[in-house]
Write a protein that binds this ligand. Structure first.
Ligand SMILES: *Cc1c(COP(=O)(O)O)cnc(C)c1O
Length: 232
């Protein structure tokens, strides 16, 4: 299927909203994709795109036409300056030091940066983010910082076939989100769900999903293809 066909397919899948009756935002995860591929997705109806490396974000910034720009990857403090004023939402606020740098730079530039608190919901060493136990206090600290607006939470579920476990983790994220949302009108995004688990996430209360391979195809297809050719 072409990029345009995939975009049409997934936009159609999410148009009825999540299981909580909320509308769902599809963010195309564009790492390793060319500006041309991203523009194809935008022409087909993608409204939001997310990069996960600052270098790629910068390289493609002017080559991509349209699309609200999200940042979804791990962000080094010394690269914050390249994103200030250029993102609609940073999903990966995973530590206080990063919050402080984002706040200082945003204030200096006279802008407010929208952020999500990233939660390491599966307690995985390979992933960053606050633990579920720390997340609410982190939200309250960041919420008090000038120059930042907390709009919700982000999580990546672990890779697992155990759908009972995944459902429980997703429910825990939704409970965290609801706790903050109960008294804070700025809270409106629960960013959770990738190509392998987006359906489960929508069924358990995510209202923003980030799809890469589902839209653009496998990132490994080229190297796998050449391996096959070598073998034969
Ligand atoms: C790459 C990426 C995605 C999308 O992953 P796919 O499995 O390709 O859909 C989502 N979120 C983040 C943070 C990513 O880096």
């Amino acid at each position: 299927m072409s990029i345009a066909e995939n975009v049409g397919y997934y936009l159609d899948k999410i148009k009825s909203g999540n299981s909580f009756g909320e509308s769902v935002t599809l963010v195309a995860a564009t790492k390793t994709r060319t500006a041309q591929e991203i523009n194809e997705a935008i022409a087909a109806g993608i409204t939001d795109i997310g990069e996960n490396k600052v270098q790629e974000f910068r390289e493609k910034y002017d080559l991509v036409h349209g699309g609200r720009r999200h940042f979804i990857g791990h962000l080094q403090t010394n690269k914050v300056k390249y994103l200030i004023g250029k993102t609609c939402l940073i999903h990966s606020l995973d530590r206080d030091e990063l919050a402080e740098e984002l706040a200082v730079r945003s204030q200096r530039a006279g802008v407010v940066t929208n952020v999500l608190i990233e939660v390491n919901i599966g307690c995985e060493l390979s992933k960053s983010g606050y633990s579920l136990n720390e997340a609410y206090a982190a939200y309250e600290r960041v919420r008090g910082m000038q120059g930042l607006k907390v709009c919700g939470f982000m999580a990546m579920l672990p890779l697992s076939d155990d759908s009972v476990l995944l459902a429980r983790l997703a429910d825990e994220m939704r409970a965290l989100y609801d706790r903050a949302r109960a008294h804070d009108g700025d809270i409106r995004h629960l960013s959770m769900g990738m190509s392998g688990d987006w359906e489960l996430c929508l069924a358990h209360g995510a209202n923003m999903i980030r799809l890469g391979t589902a839209i653009f195809g496998s990132r490994e297809s080229l190297s796998k293809g050449s391996d096959l050719r070598r073998d034969s």
